[in-house]
Write a protein that binds this ligand. Structure first.
Ligand code: KIV
Ligand code: NA
Length: 275
């Protein structure tokens, strides 16, 4: 299993980091079998698994419930768990208690927090307490209602400069990696060059130290539309619906179950049954 220091080494050696989200036992098993470097139990859970409109309704208990299943499915992969909405914005003590629960109850290895500014002292406190932190800058979905929608961030020079500065501050606060979501590719290059911890991009182009995408998006599982930055490698949604349709049809037409799916009693026992 990789460690936080391995990700720093990968950046130095220009070896790209492949991160993928997972939310349960099978997705975690598949991610591990496919050799992803890091699994993220993202709070995108709220949207792709639980059917909410945003990540805002997701709770610490939701994250723990799912992260436990992920850990059982991927025993040999480094696992990062998202701290959900408002779980790292009260006191430092509240943040440490929430992150402590996430790490202790699930066996995951690190947490991810969105934003800089007031979040920096929480990143620092967690790192000091022995909990590795991934920062998350650019489009920060937990702030969607402040940002005014899911939009590319840092397109203007001033906003871009702020993001470069934020990234440096996240590194100073102790973060061992930074997710960059929906930022122009030129800006992700600037940020990646400005810091020594690896940048993991999503909608951030090629100039980063690694990529992260959502499990459901790359295999087309239960999602209707995917964002521009997603590459879909399969569409299993169609295969799944076709499989279920075949089952329904065969039940109605008595094509299922066949003899091979059925259990039998011995003849003499049958006689006993009829007296
Ligand atoms: O919740 C999530 O899936 C994420 C990534 C897409 C970065 O935060
Ligand atoms: Na997230």
């Amino acid at each position: 299993m990789k460690q936080t220091t391995d990700f720093l080494k990968m950046k130095k050696n220009n070896e790209k980091i492949a991160m993928l989200t997972a939310y349960d036992y099978p997705s975690a098993k598949q991610a591990e079998e496919a050799n992803v470097d890091v699994i993220l139990v993202g709070d995108s859970l709220g949207m792709v698994v639980l059917g909410y409109e945003s990540t805002i309704p997701v709770t610490v208990d939701d994250m723990i419930h799912h992260a436990k299943a992920v850990r059982r499915g991927a025993k040999n992969t480094f696992i990062v768990v998202d701290m959900p909405f408002l779980s790292y914005h009260l006191s430092i003590k509240d943040t440490l208690l929430a992150a402590g629960r996430i790490i202790q109850e699930t066996g995951a290895h690190a947490v991810k927090l969105e934003g800089a500014d007031d979040v920096l002292e929480h990143i620092k406190a967690l790192t000091k307490a022995g909990i590795p932190v991934v920062a998350h800058l650019g489009l920060t979905p937990q702030s969607v209602n402040v940002l005014g929608g899911y939009k590319v961030q840092g397109k203007q020079a001033q906003a871009a400069l702020k993001l470069i500065d934020d990234a440096k501050r996240c590194e100073e606060a102790g973060a061992f990696s930074i997710v960059l979501e929906c930022v122009p590719k030129q800006l992700s290059l600037e940020i990646s060059n400005a810091i020594s911890i690896p940048t993991i991009g999503i909608g951030a182009g090629i100039n980063v130290d690694g990529q992260v995408l959502v499990y459901h998006d790359i295999i087309g599982y239960g999602v209707d539309r995917v964002p521009k930055f997603v590459k879909q490698y399969h569409n299993i949604h169609t295969q799944i619906v076709e499989g279920i349709q075949s089952y329904v049809t065969e039940v109605k037409t008595l094509a299922f179950p066949e003899d091979q799916h059925s259990f039998t009693m011995k003849e003499e026992e049958l006689k006993g049954l009829y007296g």
